[in-house]
Design a protein around this ligand. Sequence first.
Ligand code: SF4
Length: 433
Amino acid sequence: MLFIEKVMKEIWKPYADVYKDKLKEYSKYDEETLKDIIKKGIDNYKYPANTNQIVRMTSMISCGCPHWRGNHALGGCSFCDFFTQTFEVFILAEALKRKNVASYAEMVRYSFQVQRGEKVNPLPIEFITVFDTMNENEFGNIVFNELFSDPPLYNQEIRTLVCETRINSITEEAVLLWKSKARDDLVIESGIEVGNEWLRNHWLNKKITDVEMYQAWDIIHKAGCSVNSDILFGIPGITERQSIELFKYTYKKLTDSNSFVVSPLLCKGNDLQSNIIKHFSEDKEMIRIGVIKKELSGMPHILSLLTAFHELFTEDETLIKKLGLAQRHFSEYYSKIIYRFRKSEYYPLVDSIIQVLTNMCLTQNIDDLRDLYDKIIRTDFYHRYLEQLSLEYGMEQLNETLHIVAKKLSNVYSNEEGFKEFEKELSDFNFQY
Ligand code: SF4
């Protein structure tokens, strides 16, 4: 087991113990009782409002991401915690699925109906998803058939259909099945996160190789469908300078992806970044190298986003055509940024960056980005940011950064042996960017 996998399992251990106990308890409930409890949860959940008239995302309830549920313990990707807020429902859904997968499928469909109603008029792009939509352990054919059974959920054909799944769940059969429900295009969204395979697996615990990624993309493209890749701005335990370079590298490397959905690293719940902040916020070495910052630690600086997009799109303007910003993640990120700067003299600048980033994504035009960047680099706000950056570790010290952070993590979550294993793993990391 890789070092990062052990760390993530340790972080999730308290939840894993609760999960096991509750699953045992819920397994004693009869099917109808489970369905009633799940239905109440679905009815009472506050679904995000939809303001977009082009795309509509409908996330349905499920038993949770199979990668997070693991075989014997919870864990999953190190930057991700989609789970603590609706933890209970995943356990109830898993208990129901084990009793009767048809009833589980009924609940998944019910969660669609509560949000959208029946005989829905589809928007031009309908995004219907769970976490790993093509994985039998979460969705599978029985749920698919239930979702698209009579009476139909939509009153006409869906033009562009989007669903999200892990790369290693993509098969030709599954792609063709989903494609049968899309008149114009099926877009398959998968988390690639970073272009470098070692970082993806040894630091993000993604468990997806480059070979698997290219094979899955090949299947999608041969079926005449489109690839949309989730990529991260910032990964746990690195500096702003490293985040900017890594992001640009990823965006440029994944040329075969038809489009991207960018998410800023968010620091929440049981993800690794939150735990780094929790344990090392006063750690002098982590502060010195720039992994911990006094302000807004845990999330990328908004000027890092501005800088990276500016550098990327002025170098090659056509790259903006692939850009998408993850709606939910960016709303959360902007709220935190706005809160942080609400009383600051720099607030108007922050606000204008948010406006420009949002519009740039919609218009696919970088004129406003260029103008704003030229204005910002003459401000104190930017000069102070540059000063901070000049003290941080850059890409040339990425190995050293990971070594320092892993050493400290091993003191909390692993042991000397575990760290030695990580050192062996790190000796294979030779990142040319
Ligand atoms: S990022 Fe995706 S694959 Fe990874 S744990 Fe989260 S939901 Fe699962």
